[in-house]
Design a protein around this ligand. Sequence first.
Ligand code: SF4
Length: 441
Amino acid sequence: METSPARKVAFFTLGCKTNQYDTEAMQEQFVKKGYQVVDFQEYADVYVINTCTVTSLGDRKSRQMIRKAHRTNPNAIIAVVGCYAQQAAEEVLSIPGVRVALGTRNRSKIVEYVEMAEATESSINGVEDIMKVREFEDTPIESFDGKTRAVLKIQEGCNQYCTYCIIPYVRGPIRSRKPSSVLSEVQRLAEAGFKEVVLTGIHIASYGKDLGDTSLLELLKAMHGVSGLERIRLGSIEPNLLTQEFIDCVRDLPKVCRHYHISLQSGCDATLKRMNRRYTTGEYREIVHRLRKKMPDTAITTDIMTGFPGETDEEFEETYNFVKEIGFSKIHVFQYSPRKGTPAASFKNQVSPEVKEKRSRELIELGHSLELAFMKSFVGKQVSVLFEEEHPDMKGLYEGYTEQYVRVTAPGGPELAGMILPVEIYEINRETNSLEGRVVR
Ligand code: SF4
């Protein structure tokens, strides 16, 4: 008897690490139902596009990918999920080929929605009112590819309402994944050979607040006990998480990487106030000082926004000087983009695209020089590297990351994969932006 070939599904993910996790979880749903996952460029029966709406660029790219999928197979079922679909379901469903719009909930039912749209030859709007949702939608991942570093989603939603940000409206209020569910996934990851997990969510600093009897710190302590797991990396956090108690405790949890991505957004108090960010530059400085005092080898990275409404040349200069003073190891610079429905979209004194561009360029340049200075501090020293894969262009070289998330290249072969080894650093490769060294045997 002939068996019919497996139906094919392809995925495209835009935006953050949380979206990457959600895509992997949806992928697993399709595989369980017998679908074959193919590359997004290939012909497939179903395309799932996990979208982003943090900036207008996210919306535009989401639409581009929908059109691309439709061109590859005009008869395919296209399912659009994530933040852009949550925000503009009708708009998304009006794009040719789109048969399912699913927002930031019910992703665990993605296969049912797709098959229902196919069976009924209709389009389905599965977007729900996210503001009423109070439970974390648990979509555990049970099978993993043989990688060394895994992303683990522990939290959803945000209650902060920064004036520029659309996320609280499209992801809803904070919901934390139960510690037991997080721990069983960590256990599975460790058993599958993963040495490092990266904790992700929309606002992980608020982890546990809705559950009442736990916190991010408690979760870290519990994860720390999982044998086989060697590194726990925190995704982006808010400065206020880093109280003296938190810092004192994590210092005694050596598996927690000495790498903190502490969201800054602006280095000017007046701008921070208009953004409704809940800290001052003085508090931020103090937190960094505390952290470095207890853990001097810590990498501090951040996000900075340029061109927030009303940002004057003087305000920008304050930000520039603050970034320089803190001496971040790496910064991610992005330009303010008005999002409909957020307070800042109607603020006066919107900054012109040219000025935003110019300020971004200046900060990016500063970021490069700070990054270089940070990398230089490792030359001549020994670092601990988790090796991941062969260098894409050079045979005989293997790549991995330090705890501080600095890329390191060293001579070696596949025997290094998944190993954490001491490496002596002898120089910086400016072209690949990595450290070069040799494994200390
Ligand atoms: S903390 Fe602010 S910027 Fe971050 S997701 Fe929440 S509202 Fe958006």
